[in-house]
Structure formats: C-alpha cells, structure tokens
Design a protein around this ligand. Structure first.
Ligand SMILES: [Zn+2]
Length: 259
C-alpha cells in the first residue's frame, strides 16, 4: 500500500478527526500560499497582537456555541411550524438572481442601520464593543462578536426566509456569500485589484480595506455588502479611495523567489 492509497483509505472512512485534520492542513496550506503571494497587501502590516487574538479565539468559540445553537434552533423551529418553507422546484437563473438580489440589498440595508444603531451608547457597550476590540482584523475577527450581536446579524436569514419562500438554489448562494464576505472583509489583506474602486460596476461593493478602516478608525464605513448607504448618508471615510489606491498599488510577491 502506497502512502497515497493509505491517505485515500483514511479519507474514505470520513471520521470527524480525519476530516478536521485534512481541513486544518489544507487551510494552512492555502493560507500560506495566499499570505505569501499577497504579503505586501497586508492592510495593517504591524497590527497583529497576541492578546487580542486570544480574546478573539475565546469569543469565537463562545459565539459559535451559543448563537449556533440558538440560530440553528430558531430556524428549525420556524421550519417545523411551517413559517419558513423552501421551494424545492427547479428555478430559472433569473428568478434565482432576483431572489438573491433581494437578499443581498435587504441584508445590506438591515446591516447598515442596525450597525449604526450599535455605535450609539449604551447599545455599543452591550452589543458591539467585543467586535471592536480588534483594531487590525484577521479572519477570526469575523466570529469574535458578542452572542447578542451574532443573533442580531445572523437573524436576518431566518427573518428573510420567513417573509418570503425562496428556492433552494438561492439558499445555495446566500449561505456561501454570507460566509465568504464575512471572512474576506476581516481577512486583513486586500485581494482585489486597483481598478475595483474606479469602475462604476464594482466600486459599490465593499472591500476588505473599507471594513478594515471601520475597525481602525472606529467611525465611518458602516456598510456590510455595499458602500451605497455610506455614500447616501455621508458616512464614507473621506480618505478611503486614496487609501485603497495605496494598498492596491503595492506589488504582489512572487511565490518562488526570483534570482
Ligand atoms: Zn462597528
């Protein structure tokens, strides 16, 4: 039996420990490659603090346990009572795109206004303060929120699906979008190209640099998916465009050292 056969046999058993180990190693490999290639694109190069990372780890675990349990339970309860139903029929791409757009701009609006409310005392201390311990973000910051805030933000999907029956194909877009956006805006790296903030089609979608500035400066850039509400309400940081230009002008690093 070769090493490859052994590894395949181990994976075929699919016991949770092996799955987690493989996910951990694959995640580490991908993170290594990405941070190597994008190392010049670290938004706050000297921002990492172990003390804050420990705090983020603690709240990430607490939050996953509490809000995972509560939100999962709430969704299951609403489904059992028939208040949340999904359309399992095949849907045209236009219908799926329409439903997804309603979710996308619905969540963007919900997040912006609740986020602004969370910046007002005493709501700030009660709900949002834990998330703002992170001045320079990393992927773990995504999960480092108080369970109360997690319930408020995570409550949108159960609310949305209770108000409107969406197709399962739309849900297959909503869930990954939610996860990917959360981790991207807190990644601490800018992966997007320089032209992103210059074209009319793309400049309305938020970037990691945009949300990083919200953490770094505390005021401004409140949007979750788009910059539209910040633009309408005049809460966009004035230096954002220039700062995005600066970060994205740094050259990407070759993965193999050049001679
Ligand atoms: Zn905030």
């Amino acid at each position: 039996m070769t090493f490859f056969d052994k590894a395949q046999a181990l994976l075929a058993r699919r016991d949770p420990l092996t799955v987690w180990l493989v996910a951990f190693l694959a995640g580490g490999l991908i993170a290594g490659i990405v941070t190597g290639y994008f190392r010049a694109r670290k938004i706050q190069p000297n921002g990492f603090r172990w003390r804050i990372f420990r705090h983020e780890m603690l709240f990430a675990i607490l939050n996953l346990a509490v809000s995972g349990f509560l939100l999962g339970g709430l969704s299951k309860l609403l489904q059992r009572e028939g208040l949340i139903t999904f359309n399992h029929a095949a849907a045209s791409p236009w219908i799926v795109a329409g439903e997804f757009a309603l979710y996308f701009f619905g969540f963007d609006t919900y997040f912006y206004w609740l986020h602004r409310l969370m910046h007002i005392e005493p709501i700030y201390t009660l709900v949002h303060k834990i998330h703002h311990r992170s001045i320079a973000t990393n992927p773990l910051t995504t999960l480092s929120v108080s369970p109360l805030e997690s319930l408020i933000n995570g409550g949108f999907v159960p609310l949305f699906t209770a108000m409107m029956t969406v197709h399962v194909s739309t849900m297959a877009l909503i869930t990954p979008c939610n996860i990917v956006m959360g981790f991207y805006v807190h990644s601490g790296f800018e992966f997007l190209p320089r032209w992103w903030n210059k074209t009319w089609l793309t400049k309305w979608f938020i970037t990691a640099t945009f949300h990083d500035q919200h953490h770094r400066f505390f005021k401004g850039n409140y949007g979750g998916y788009t910059t539209v509400w910040d633009w309408i309400c005049g809460t966009m940081r004035p230096s954002f465009a220039a700062d995005f230009e600066k970060v994205t002008s740094r050259p990407l690093q070759p993965l193999v050292p050049q001679r």
